[in-house]
Design a protein around this ligand. Structure first.
Ligand code: TXA
Ligand code: MG
Length: 321
């Protein structure tokens, strides 16, 4: 594995070529780092599953360079999905759409839908467009962590997570810290009305104002193969417990206006919801780097991004209940 820092245009081309040759490239997006492979290359995609230790029926998001690439991967877009794509791509939003011939079972986990996203990060976008120029159609990329673990938001975190599992020709592109810090909003666009499968920075309110209509908020009974529907996700090794004060020696994460309990290790003091999302995963990772046994987190209140933060933290803590 090679880490590319200070990524030049030539380095981006080298990374696109590595993808085209069937190797893995971990790259920054505005949400979290992704572990990329050529989405049309079954062997390369199977390497993603091996490195992540992820069940193979669990679908991957295909990252495309622009909205013009949608029709390669998806069919019969509802009008509202087109509206969302126009309004929020490039951006922290994944659309689940009816799949085309190109989206094989090894990408979709055998489902008839495919997840698509145009990320809003300069290095990611230039990697995707160089990959297009080489004849590629899209880059499959889950978050670059082991299955169930915390998503990486820095290149160092990627290296710590999976560095020793990558092959010699695989690459990690360093693009600094991710701007948003939690994964994209996933919107199921396979029905008449959109449904949020995973909350994120594109919030319910933002979606409804874009489509000038309501989203479907009825709970689905069927277990969809989405991280959001799995317990034991986004989990550090330390136990995460919510809305309790930390004891001496424990980690503590809360908004800046909450004082640190005596003897606790303050891991983050965000001043806004945006800041909370941005620093959360590194704070949880630091708990593990410091070998803390337990982290107490005071959940942020309110709608919008606060819902997405609570969603992730509720899942990080589930295994401890
Ligand atoms: O922000 C993000 O979305 C990041 C960056 C790298 O783009 N990616 C990411 O990928 O979070 P991943 O694989 O860790 O989470 C994507 C989730 C998975 O839980 C997967 O099951 C779900 O998206 N997903 C993908 N395709 C789907 C589909 N066709 N139907 C339902 N869920 C799908
Ligand atoms: Mg993930």
């Amino acid at each position: 594995m090679q880490m590319i820092s200070n990524c030049t245009h030539d380095a981006v081309k080298k990374a696109a070529k590595a993808l085209k040759d069937g190797h893995l490239v971990a790259f920054p997006t505005e949400t979290v780092y992704g572990l990329g492979a050529d989405a049309a290359n079954e062997k390369a995609v199977s390497q993603i599953y091996a490195v992540k230790g992820r069940p193979t029926d669990h679908p991957l998001i295909v990252h495309i360079s622009s909205i013009s690439q949608i029709s390669k991967w998806a069919l019969d877009l509802p009008e509202y999905a087109m509206k969302l794509a126009i309004d929020f791509w490039p951006g922290p939003m994944t659309l689940i759409l009816k799949r085309s011939e190109l989206a094989k079972d090894f990408i979709t986990g055998g489902q008839n839908s495919v997840g698509l996203r145009v990320p809003n990060q300069p290095l990611a976008l230039s990697l995707l467009s160089e990959f297009d120029k080489m004849g590629g159609s899209g880059v499959a990329a889950p978050s670059a962590n082991r299955f169930g673990a915390v998503s990486p938001t820095t290149s160092l975190a990627v290296e710590e997570e999976i560095g020793n599992l990558l092959n010699q020709e695989d690459l990690i592109i360093d693009g600094g810290s991710c701007e948003i810090g939690i994964e994209s909003t996933i919107i199921d666009c396979t029905e008449n009305i959109p449904r949020v499968l995973r909350p994120g920075a594109i919030t319910h309110e933002i979606i409804e104002s874009s489509i000038d209509g309501k989203i479907n908020t009825l709970k689905i009974k069927q277990l969809l193969k989405t991280s959001g529907f799995f317990i034991n996700h986004y989990s550090p090794k330390a136990k995460v417990r919510l809305n309790q004060l930390a004891k001496p020696g424990e980690g503590f994460i809360a908004m800046a206006n909450m004082p640190t309990p005596i003897g606790a290790h303050r891991l983050a003091s965000p001043r806004s919801l945006e800041d909370f999302a941005k620093v959360l995963y590194e704070a949880l990772r630091n708990a593990d780097r410091m070998k803390l046994n337990e982290v107490k987190v005071i959940l942020p209140s309110g709608n919008g991004l606060a819902e997405a933060i609570r969603d992730r933290l509720n899942k990080s803590s589930t295994k401890n209940e």
